[in-house]
Design a protein around this ligand. Structure first.
Ligand SMILES: [Zn+2]
Length: 171
């Protein structure tokens, strides 16, 4: 009983933190792209133990919901190879998890690994948006979280939430 209550309290605190973080992201931009973790091979390798767990999936669901509530555009993109591609020239730049820097031998672009991956997430998100005819021009952007990118100047694009569809409620 004690243990159950403790778990409950921890879960609540985590949810509260997720909620605050989601709102912070929404404060920063009108567009948020995130890697679609459902399509990433989470059951094997180091990713499972490390940076990606069930809590992050919950965080994404909550973020999607908060974005919907606040009229911020939210979309998931294909996560495959985001950390293994140069966001500047799109050359394949393979690196193990221990390599923290992106250093492209093709075009010489250097940045933090997570920044490069986030830029790829942004590229893909924009590609999808353009492919859907929702938007025309690319704008400046800033990093929110590792793997999560948000745009600063979405304002004016004006996609009403009803066209995006209401996301599933946070469990
Ligand atoms: Zn490059």
């Amino acid at each position: 009983m004690e243990v159950a209550r403790m778990h409950h309290r921890i879960a609540n605190r985590r949810k509260d933190f997720h909620l605050k973080t989601a709102h912070k992201l929404c404060d920063q931009g009108q567009t948020i792209f995130a890697e679609d973790l459902n399509t990433k091979g989470l059951t094997r390798g180091m990713l499972r133990k490390d940076c990606v767990d069930a809590a992050f999936g919950q965080f994404l669901s909550l973020t999607e919901w908060v974005c919907w509530k606040r009229g911020v555009y939210f979309a998931k993109v294909n996560p495959n190879g985001t950390s293994q591609t140069c966001p500047n020239c799109f050359a394949a730049v393979s690196k193990g998890l221990e390599v923290r820097a992106h250093d492209c031998p093709e075009c010489g672009y250097r940045t933090h690994r997570d920044h490069a991956a986030a830029e790829m997430v942004l590229h893909r998100g924009l590609e999808n948006v353009v492919a859907q005819g929702l938007w025309g021009t690319e704008t400046a952007c800033q990093v929110g979280l590792s793997g999560v990118y948000d745009l600063d100047k979405w304002r004016g694009a004006g996609i009403p939430n009803c066209e995006i569809g209401k996301p599933a409620l946070y469990p």
